[in-house]
Write a protein that binds this ligand. Structure first.
Ligand SMILES: Nc1ncnc2c1ncn2[C@@H]1O[C@H](COP(=O)(O)OP(=O)(O)OP(=O)(O)O)[C@@H](O)[C@H]1O
Ligand SMILES: [Mg+2]
Length: 250
């Protein structure tokens, strides 16, 4: 079944001058100050920045979980219009895959049923095809032997793999992951990022994840730096260290 959004041929995500102001009683917090961002199909990017820099705010806007206070957002060439909440719900379930820090799996459903549910919510495919796709996706995240297990029978890393399978099963336009490795130990965190890299390569999945965890960044080509609600070109010391060394001609 086709996506709800038309294919544009341009970037999947196009943000222009996006601002976000939270109102807290009489005071206001400006979390994003005029963000311009393009994300192309098939990109794997890491959104990096210190606590409070606006990573979650930006991901929530990209995921249509929240709306910008100003500026424009196009997803797959379609303008996302703030007031139209009836339109945003199907876009969320069909065109966006979410991965959360705390996994957010349904405890009473087994691994296969958790993944199938996202296909059901997205209104994609009949029951037999949903089962086939769910099992294929579970196998591709390395959990073939755990299909019938429930989340409480899995490790943190395995639960996050289920969440990733769930996010990708609907073949969304973009997968958004807010701090997906924050509750995992270093080794498991690296395995999860390696899984993103593999799924990005094998399935051409477009993935954007946030982190302030420098352990995971060496695996990702595109780093998008946020500082005080603004994108900055300034590479972090880590990114500078990762940049290709200039070679001098002999
Ligand atoms: N619902 C809200 N109401 C008011 N202010 C908020 C709200 N959510 C975020 N903020 C403020 O907006 C700014 C950006 O917050 P955000 O959560 O996007 O940062 P972050 O980069 O995700 O931080 P962290 O790394 O700690 O998760 C902060 O100053 C925060 O206090
Ligand atoms: Mg955050």
């Amino acid at each position: 079944m086709v996506s709800t959004l038309p294919t544009s041929g341009g970037p999947i995500v196009r943000l222009r001058s996006v601002t976000k102001v939270y109102k807290l009683g009489r005071s206001e917090v400006t979390a994003l100050h005029g963000v311009d961002l393009d994300i192309d199909e098939g990109e794997l990017g890491a959104l990096v920045g210190p606590s409070g820099s606006g990573k979650t705010t930006l991901l929530n806007i990209l995921g249509c979980l929240d709306v910008a206070s100003g500026g424009t957002y196009e997803l797959g060439g379609q303008p996302i219009v703030a007031q139209d909440s009836d339109l945003l719900a199907p876009i969320r379930s069909r065109d966006i895959g979410f991965v959360f820090q705390s996994f957010n799996l349904i405890p009473v459903l087994d691994v296969t049923e958790n993944v199938e549910l996202s296909l059901t919510c997205a209104g994609k495919h009949g029951p037999a095809e949903r089962r086939r796709r769910a099992e294929e996706m579970i196998d591709s995240v390395g959990l073939a032997s755990l299909r019938r297990h429930r989340p409480d029978e899995l490790s943190g890393g395995q639960r996050q793999r289920v969440a990733i399978a769930r996010a990708l099963a609907t073949e969304p336009r973009i997968v958004l992951a807010d701090e997906p490795t924050a509750s995992l130990d270093t080794e498991t965190a690296l395995e999860i990022i390696e899984l993103f890299v593999t799924l990005n390569r094998q399935r051409r999945a477009t993935i954007l994840f946030s982190t302030h965890d420098p352990r995971v960044l060496t695996h990702v080509r595109r780093l998008i730096h946020l500082k005080d609600g603004q994108l900055t070109d300034e590479p972090s010391p880590l990114a500078a260290a990762m940049a290709p060394q200039k070679t001098t001609a002999p």
